[in-house]
Design a protein around this ligand. Structure first.
Ligand code: NDP
Length: 330
């Protein structure tokens, strides 16, 4: 048994949710084959939903959020992992209804655990985290649907956010021309430094919702926001192009009509990074450690401690996220 620090979200008598750093014991953790001393976690939009009581993400409180964790195996009851192995866990139930990476220890099923790829440090793995994995899955799906570098730009929405900023950096490093959509015009230089050739005001993607189809522009798109913006993206894809849909910050529902599909043969591709088979996650992590290594991770990260997390959670919920927030669990 070890005691450790964790962020604990509790429901107050008045129905509000509060998150505080508390001492916990490894005895409080769920059963599982692998106990991991967490070195780094990261903040994702979903963590902020969990930390503020969103029952669609977390049913029962008190709870420790954190859908990402990277660290060292401390105990293992399976042959695949030995004490001292460096490992990564993202998604499945971690941080949802299983105590997550905003604690210095997690205990999880071995079936959730990936060995750290040689080409990535634990820290770099968590700068990427679920956001990086999701961005990579989006690019992979777009390429499987025929996307390749060319003259026309690939659009990324929610571009300053976690998934968006890594998608911009990854696509640019793979030779794509990237058009980055943002509501933060003050961050245009940030997006250009990540490799965006063009920065598009979010309002431009919100106009023309009433039109059945729009001018053909994008060779492909990574959409992290949903809502009317996704509708407009579908209507402005070039012939045969695809949009990878992974997020909902602008809304969970969106309008649609069949014209872009039947006149231009466009594709709407869904991306889930949470419940996909472990081998698929592992192959994406291998790619992110080798041929898809994102070059400018240092430019898109800010680091926080557990004590600083509540402020970062407020910022991400308010749509103010820029790049990735790494959580240091020392
Ligand atoms: P972030 O908060 O880091 O990024 C979201 C970005 O969306 C913001 O930075 C902002 O970028 C933009 N945005 C915020 N509010 C609005 C709005 N009202 N309208 C339009 N754009 C808005 O979140 P993450 O990158 O962590 O996640 C992005 C989305 O992807 C979330 O919905 C998340 O739940 C989802 N997700 C899904 C996964 C999956 O497996 N399918 C995995 C990971 C995330 P800007 O100001 O530049 O426009």
């Amino acid at each position: 048994m070890a005691s450790f620090k964790a962020l604990l979200t509790t429901e107050q008598a008045d129905g509000r949710f509060e998150s505080n750093v508390v001492e916990r014991s490894t005895d409080d953790l769920p059963t599982g084959e692998v106990l991991i001393r967490v070195a780094y976690s990261s903040l994702n939009y979903k963590d902020a939903l969990s930390a503020t009581g969103n029952r669609g993400v977390t049913r029962q409180f008190p709870h420790t959020p954190g859908i990402d964790a990277a660290g060292t195996v401390s105990e293992s009851s399976v042959a695949e992992f030995a004490v001292g192995d460096e490992v990564i866990v993202t998604g499945y139930d971690l941080g949802m209804n299983t105590a997550g990476g905003f604690g210095q220890y997690i205990r999880v099923p071995a079936a959730w655990v990936i060995r750290r790829p040689a080409g990535l440090s634990l820290r770099d793995a968590m700068i990427l985290g679920t956001a990086g994995l999701t961005a990579a899955l989006c690019v992979d799906k777009l390429e499987q649907a025929g996307l390749e570098p060319g003259e026309a730009p690939v659009l990324v929405t929610g571009a300053t956010g976690g998934v968006g900023s890594i998608a911009v950096a990854l696509l640019a490093s793979l030779g794509y021309k990237v058009a980055a959509v943002t509501g933060k015009s003050s961050q245009a230089d940030f997006l250009r430094r990540l490799g965006a050739q063009e920065v598009v005001e979010r309002s431009a993607l919100q106009a023309g919702v009433e039109k059945p189809i729009l001018k053909e522009q994008w060779a492909g798109a990574v959409d992290t926001v949903g809502g009317d913006i996704l509708f407009n993206v579908v209507k402005s894809l070039r012939r045969g192009a695809s949009v990878a849909c992974c997020g909902l910050t602008a809304g969970t529902s969106f309008q649609a009509n069949v014209l872009p599909f039947i006149l231009r043969g466009v594709n709407l591709l869904g991306v889930d990074s949470v419940e996909i088979p472990l081998v698929v996650k592992a192959s994406m992590w291998d790619k992110l450690s080798l041929q898809w290594k994102v070059p400018n991770l240092a430019d898109l990260v800010q680091e926080v401690t557990l004590d600083e997390l509540p402020g970062a959670i407020e910022r991400i919920l308010a749509g103010g996220q820029v790049g990735r927030t790494l959580v240091r669990l020392d």
